[in-house]
Design a protein around this ligand. Structure first.
Ligand SMILES: Nc1ncnc2c1ncn2[C@@H]1O[C@H](COP(=O)(O)OP(=O)(O)O)[C@@H](O)[C@H]1O
Ligand SMILES: [Mg+2]
Length: 239
């Protein structure tokens, strides 16, 4: 079943076509990878999908609903949530308080204090941050901040989570843990992920299908095995 349907999306910034006629469908339960060199348009695509910037042409349909004109808050409450490449927790609030904010403001329905507390505990456990719940979020390590970003998405009750470079800057052990976490979340919670990652090995092992962007254009859309054999992709990545 198609959960996210991106139909002919283009985005122009002045004279620059950051995205040109990108179409893709993400199935429910899928881990969908988005690849491309710096400036390829990956973050722009996330921003269009999540409602942070309007597309110049084309449209995004999530769970059968057209998202055109909806604010990021509304889109989040429909169950589609993104993380940011530059993590930005509310510093000065504890890790748990950050998640409480996400639970209270990211959901369609009003929660009781008990429900919110339950959701926070659950999100902390899901990403392994339970022992840091009282720490000021601004004091988390990079790996901790990335996990908090994911936990925030979980706390909103998202069905589809878009992760923008959550493994960037992590060491190999931390990347391994992150891979395990994402796989577990997919199976245990029936979540769908769209991930952008520069750690290509990680993207290849994790993704069911991958789309490769180059200067805003889709140059390949296939399984990781075929992407690995694709000459155009090799050219873009390795020259
Ligand atoms: N708000 C913006 N205004 C103008 N140009 C932008 C804006 N955001 C991104 N761009 C440009 O669009 C292109 C794609 O950027 P981006 O989506 O951030 O790429 P990626 O995430 O793949 O590295 C780049 O050339 C970038 O400079
Ligand atoms: Mg980016």
């Amino acid at each position: 079943m198609t959960l996210l349907d991106i139909k002919g999306v283009s985005k122009r910034f002045g004279g620059l076509m950051a995205l040109s006629d990108v179409s893709l469908q993400v199935n429910k339960g899928e881990i969908f990878g988005l690849m491309g060199a710096n400036g390829a348009g990956k973050t722009t695509l996330f921003s269009v999908i999540a409602g942070h910037i309007p597309p110049t042409t084309g449209e995004v349909v999530f769970d059968g609903k057209r998202l055109a004109g909806l604010s990021p808050d509304r889109i989040c409450r429909l169950g589609l949530c993104r993380t940011f490449q530059i993590v930005r927790p509310f510093a000065g609030l504890s890790v748990a308080e950050n998640l409480r904010v996400a639970a209270l403001y990211g959901r369609a329905r009003k929660l009781s204090a008990t429900e919110a507390a339950q959701i926070v505990d659950d999100a902390l456990d899901a990403v392994g941050l339970a022992d840091r719940r009282h720490l000021d979020a601004g004091r988390l390590t990079l790996s901790g901040q990335k996990r908090l970003e994911i936990a925030r998405a979980l706390a909103t009750g998202a069905q589809l989570v878009m992760l923008d470079e959550v493994m960037a800057g992590l060491n190999p052990t931390e990347v391994g843990t992150m891979l395990d976490t994402l796989r577990r979340l997919r199976t245990e919670r029936d979540l769908t992920f769209v991930i952008v990652e520069h750690v290509i090995g990680a993207l290849m092992t994790l993704s069911d299908r991958i789309l490769v962007l180059d200067h805003g254009e889709c140059i390949a859309f296939s399984t990781p095995e075929e992407i690995g054999r694709n000459e155009r992709v090799a050219e873009v990545y390795f020259g």
